[in-house]
Design a protein around this ligand. Sequence first.
Ligand SMILES: [Fe+2]
Ligand SMILES: [Fe+2]
Length: 508
Amino acid sequence: MILLRRRRGRLPGDRVRGGFRPWAPGDEAAEGRTTLLLLWVLATAATVLILDVVPGGLPGAGAGAEGGARRLLGTAGAIGAGHALVALYLARLHPEVLRSTRRLALAMLLGLGTLAAARLLEAAPPAPFRLVLHTPAVLATCVVAIAMGPRFAAESAALLLYDLAVAWRAPGIGAPGGVATDLEALAVLGAGCGVAVLGARRVRNRARLVKVGLAAGALAGLVHLALHPPAALPGGLADAGALLAHGLLLGFLVSGALPFIEALADVVTDISLLELSDQNHPLLRRLLLEAPGTYHHSVVVGSLAEAGAEAIGANALLARVGAYYHDVGKSMKPEYFTENEGKKGLRHGRLSPTLSTLVIKAHTKDGVVLAREYDLPQAIVDFIPQHHGTSVIEFFYQEAVSLEGDSSVPRDAFRHDGPKPQVKETAIMHLADSVEAASRSLSDPTPGRLRDLVHTIIWKKLGDGQLDECDLTFRELRRIEEAFVRVLVGVFHSRIRYPDARPGARAR
Ligand SMILES: [Fe+2]
Ligand SMILES: [Fe+2]
């Protein structure tokens, strides 16, 4: 079904591994093209302005300098072409980054800030002035990797190096050493940025950022030494030491600025996710005290979702933490949900199926309100409405049918409000939620029965279209299914009777 939808027409922003993704016709595509054109004009104009229009710095640069007009035209042409290539690349091969103008603006500002630093250093160069640029360039790459992922960080680092190559082109090189010095500096910056791209993903503690900074400085220093003329080795060693120290400094800088980066880019890092996974978080404590059954359900769903995400290489920590908070809305009216059923029984007895459906549906809205009250990041809030998608509340639908007859009960009136899962992690949690709830009702949970149950639920969800808006593939669904069965067999291990089990025999 997912594959059929893909063949019918992909949307801009669809995330499919590999392959060519053309712009789809329609409003969203037109909007994407306009954003891209605007970004291209803005980025090109700002870069040319920083590199060649503002007077000072490079000999030959500045509107009033001799040959300035020719140089300006050259800069505009080269920068415009480079930026157009990157814009086309993003549109065709990496369109999902265009969804967040906020993050794109942050990346653009960081790139322009690095170019402005380059220009300032040209005006008052320390020695060796181009190597000093390593700090802002790697810092910008680190922040972009955290905010937008390693792939976009690699693309923006490549664009930054291209812009610097245009700015440092001959003639007009003020640095001692000429063209060779510039190329060496580009290689050094490229090495540092490469380490930042690889290292600043899935950062689980702040110490890792310091290590990434240090590794970037170390590799940049080694590249500098390798390219340095042997005659000037003492100077080269001092530069390499400076690069290492700067790397360490930028590691501390990024680590300290992490909360601001998360707030600015509206992203959640693994560090924040680990903090949110603490079972002493006030919202989780509240869930434990007011709806202990839901709390326990959420923990098991978390284990299932984590295993499912791990099996396909999705963000397992995000899936687990999202699961912890997916049902927090139930803490408002815990007694209406089966997992919290006490001795008094459920409170639905006197309600009509339609009213009961309204109460059940309200837990996602209540959950979003609570999540905002407790300042949960958007990536976690998204799990709350998406964990039921637009699934039908089958129990009350069947009850209504038995009371009023099949023809007079519209099935859609018993659906949750959605939206359907939008990303792999929410989709996995959506499946884990249904699987956990259904597995509790199995009276004799043998591995075979658990396997059948998981398989049936996943295919039911597919058939109902709940996975239409995320980009899980059939192969990934198969892996998720296997991971769910593994976890469930572990959960029900003590209850599963093996063929050789005898009454009174010790549980293994
Ligand atoms: Fe729920
Ligand atoms: Fe749930």
